[in-house]
Design a protein around this ligand. Structure first.
Ligand code: ZN
Length: 283
């Protein structure tokens, strides 16, 4: 038997053992919306190509998938997403994919907005690191190192939020949709959302009148709007209650302009902190 034949057989066997030759190159990681995309990209480094399913400037709730995105999910090595009905189309596609699947929403969490709490975000980053390490054990040390650096940044943000929101004249935060539940619980605030867990559900007039009363009677100074959802209802409420509006970004995605300007989870969180400190009169 010529030597080259034996070598070819060995390579073929190796290829079969690894499932396919594609596995030898960069991993393909699909993340379903921005915070998971950022965590995956930071941890993957150059070992993976990471794709965000939610386009820039789009809002991720109930995301609809193109057929190209469906194929991407089916062919991916790892899919990072949130279950619990946050993006049902993604969950359906993930069920059909042979990729490694990471649902970062804890089993008992009813509210999907875990990423707004940096400590829960850090837990999700740890899960991403473990999923990538399982998919590509030879890169595990790099994944762990980058995850430690990313989680250290999140811990710094947590300290800044804790310090910045420790001594405030008020704790009531009126938000556009109910995105800040986990955040409010972490930092001792109370969230009063205009619409529910999903941003596209319009509140009824009775609910708005009730909120306007609350704003007036509790000395609330600011109604918070969002970057990716129309501010119309929030502006109406602010006019009725004679208070101002400001942006509190639920970090569900970045706009193209924000991406161009180099915005990140950390930079947007710091802007949110500054807006909250102003609105709540924090020392
Ligand atoms: Zn949301």
């Amino acid at each position: 038997v010529p030597r080259w034949t034996r070598a070819t057989v060995a390579i073929l066997l190796l290829g079969a053992a690894c499932g396919s030759s594609r596995k030898e190159g960069r991993l393909t990681v699909v993340a379903s919306f921005y915070p998971l995309y950022e965590a995956s990209s930071r941890i993957a480094g150059r070992a993976a190509t990471v794709v965000n399913l939610t386009p820039a400037g789009a809002e991720p709730h109930d995301l609809e998938l193109t057929s190209a995105q469906l194929d991407l999910i089916l062919d991916a090595d790892v899919v990072v997403y949130e279950g619990g009905g946050f993006q049902p189309a993604v969950e359906d596609a993930v069920a059909k994919s042979s990729a490694a699947k990471l649902d970062v929403l804890p089993r008992d969490a009813k509210d999907p907005h875990i990423w707004l709490d940096p400590m829960r975000m850090s837990a999700a980053a740890g899960a991403v690191q473990r999923a990538l390490s399982l998919a590509r054990p030879s890169e595990a040390a790099g994944f762990r190192e980058r995850e430690r650096a990313y989680s250290a940044e999140l811990a710094t943000l947590d300290r800044q939020l804790r310090d910045g929101l420790a001594h405030c004249a008020r704790t009531d935060v009126v938000t556009s949709h109910a995105a800040f539940g986990h955040f409010a619980a972490r930092y001792g605030l109370e969230q009063h959302p205009i619409s529910g867990i999903a941003p596209d559900v319009e509140p009824d007039p009775a609910k708005l009148a009730e909120l306007a009363d609350f704003v007036r009677s509790h000395g609330v100074t600011t109604i918070f709007t969002e970057t990716l959802v129309s501010p119309k209802v929030a502006q109406t409420l602010a006019r009725e209650a004679r208070v101002t509006t400001a942006v509190l970004d639920p970090l569900e995605g970045l706009t193209s302009d924000e991406i161009k300007a180099g915005a990140s989870y950390a930079s947007v969180t710091r802007e949110n902190l500054a807006e909250l400190r102003k609105a709540l009169d924090c020392q």
